[in-house]
Design a protein around this ligand. Structure first.
Ligand SMILES: *[C@@H]1O[C@H](CO)[C@@H](O)[C@H](O)[C@H]1NC(C)=O
Ligand SMILES: *[C@@H]1O[C@H](CO)[C@@H](O)[C@H](O)[C@H]1NC(C)=O
Ligand SMILES: *[C@@H]1O[C@H](CO)[C@@H](O)[C@H](O)[C@H]1NC(C)=O
Ligand SMILES: *[C@@H]1O[C@H](CO)[C@@H](O)[C@H](O)[C@H]1NC(C)=O
Length: 393
């Protein structure tokens, strides 16, 4: 008994145990976002001592409280605790945790410059700097490092879709993002990598590109309901004629081998900026990620949808208790799954019926049916064979 208590005490010093409750005296918060960090230091921290990423302050389940206007996820200390804190999701609960600010003072104010000649290679895809076990060095880190392959595709000033960086010059996305098909005027499009929030610019983390080529799958038909072959490629180029440079916020995801499958129930991650979100995240412009589980093809075709809707070129995945699905992402964005510590792009967010509705899993383009197509159009066979995927004995 004593022992258990001691462990509990230790845990207590690391994080608050209580789930966030709304009976707290939040009277010191007005309905303005007084937590907003405009006057705080540039080196914002949004990671807790346990390595979890802070949720934006407005993302409680109960929205009738004074954080509802706070859209950022930086650590704050509004109620004078021993150090800044934020809210994270642990299992199924929202809890507070103290933030990892120990290195904040000693870390250099300018992050190390990336070597411009450095590019991700097929042998280094799918890696992310974020590691939940090791201690975070440098403190300031936010969500994009956990999905560094995510691309934000803009038409003019508006975000239209997400995408995934699969090679330094290539972003994979959904065909339905380009209703004009081959006639699409690529001049109007731009692609951002390393972006934490849609309406914010972080010139150190972000990389901006124009689109030099768009390939929409020949077999995609915008008029059919099933969105068959919902896949497209964008070739990106920056103002110096260069492609993506490898940094902690910009990395490539690996393509798994042709026809590679994962078992039903396998946990994967989806991400996006929430363009099409309903409900709580509607106004949030921050990068979000959610965990989803793969649903069996048979169930998806027969229980949830029909064979006409769900064919062999898609896979289905659903959030836990149907709470989170592609609604939290953008069309075209990644569904990545971790195999041997490496992240592989198995799906492209395609469609779903009514966000997070019970028995309507999200439907994703099955990337492993398109290895040859990607290879043919990018001319990058090495990136498309899945050489990082563990070999079967
Ligand atoms: C929500 O806030 C309003 C006004 O601020 C208050 O009148 C109402 O009782 C609150 N509802 C709940 C469930 O707390
Ligand atoms: C980003 O959008 C949010 C919500 O719409 C807003 O509160 C915030 O001020 C915006 N940030 C910038 C830099 O415009
Ligand atoms: C995109 O193209 C426009 C004109 O075509 C140019 O002015 C701009 O610098 C380019 N941006 C990037 C990031 O390459
Ligand atoms: C797993 O990854 C490590 C390093 O990335 C590699 O050395 C090892 O061969 C991989 N394991 C398998 C089974 O492929």
């Amino acid at each position: 008994m004593k022992c258990i208590l001691r462990i509990l005490l230790l845990t207590c010093t690391l994080c608050f145990i209580e789930a966030v409750s709304f009976n707290h005296d939040f009277s010191l918060f007005t309905d303005k976002c007084i937590l907003d960090g405009s006057k705080e230091s540039k080196n914002e921290v949004s990671v807790t001592v346990s390595g979890r990423i802070c949720l934006p302050w407005n993302s409680f389940q109960n929205r009738n409280h004074s954080f509802s206007n706070c859209y950022h996820n930086y650590c704050r200390n509004p109620d004078k605790r021993i150090q800044p804190w934020c809210i994270v999701r642990r299992r199924n609960r929202y809890v507070r945790e103290y933030c990892d600010i120990t290195d904040r003072e000693i870390k250099p104010s300018n992050p190390p410059k990336s070597d411009p000649s450095k590019q991700d290679r097929e042998s280094s895809c799918g890696e992310r700097h974020l590691n939940r076990i090791t201690k975070i060095i440098g403190g300031s880190r936010s969500m994009v490092e956990s999905q560094p392959w995510i691309a934000a595709i803009f038409k003019g000033d508006g975000l239209i879709c997400g995408g995934t960086l699969i090679a330094p010059c290539w972003v994979l996305t959904a065909a339905h993002c380009f209703p004009g098909g081959k006639k699409t005027q690529i001049k109007r499009y731009s692609v951002f990598l390393g972006k934490n929030a849609i309406n914010e610019t972080d010139s150190i983390k972000e990389q901006q590109f124009n689109v030099s080529k768009l390939v929409v799958h020949e077999g995609f038909d915008y008029t059919t309901e099933n969105f068959n072959n919902d896949i497209a490629l964008l070739k990106i180029v920056d103002s110096n004629g260069k492609c993506a440079v490898k940094t902690n916020s910009v990395r490539t995801a690996c393509i798994p081998p042709f026809q590679q499958m994962l078992p039903t129930g396998f946990y994967c991650e989806i991400a996006g900026y929430g363009r099409h979100q309903k409900g709580g995240f509607e106004y949030s412009r921050y990068l979000k990620q959610a965990q989803v589980r793969l649903v069996s093809q048979n169930d998806c075709q027969n229980k949830y949808y029909s064979k006409d809707e769900v064919n062999k070129n898609v896979l289905c995945a659903a959030g836990r208790d149907w709470e989170e699905d592609a609604c939290q992402g953008d069309s075209g964005g990644p569904l990545v799954c971790e195999v041997n510590n490496t992240m592989f792009l198995f799906g492209i967010i395609s469609w779903g019926k009514e966000c997070s509705k019970k028995f309507n899993p999200g439907v994703y383009t099955k990337v492993t049916n398109y290895n040859n197509w990607i290879s043919m159009h990018t001319g990058l066979p090495k990136y498309t064979v899945g050489s990082r995927y563990p070999q079967k004995d």
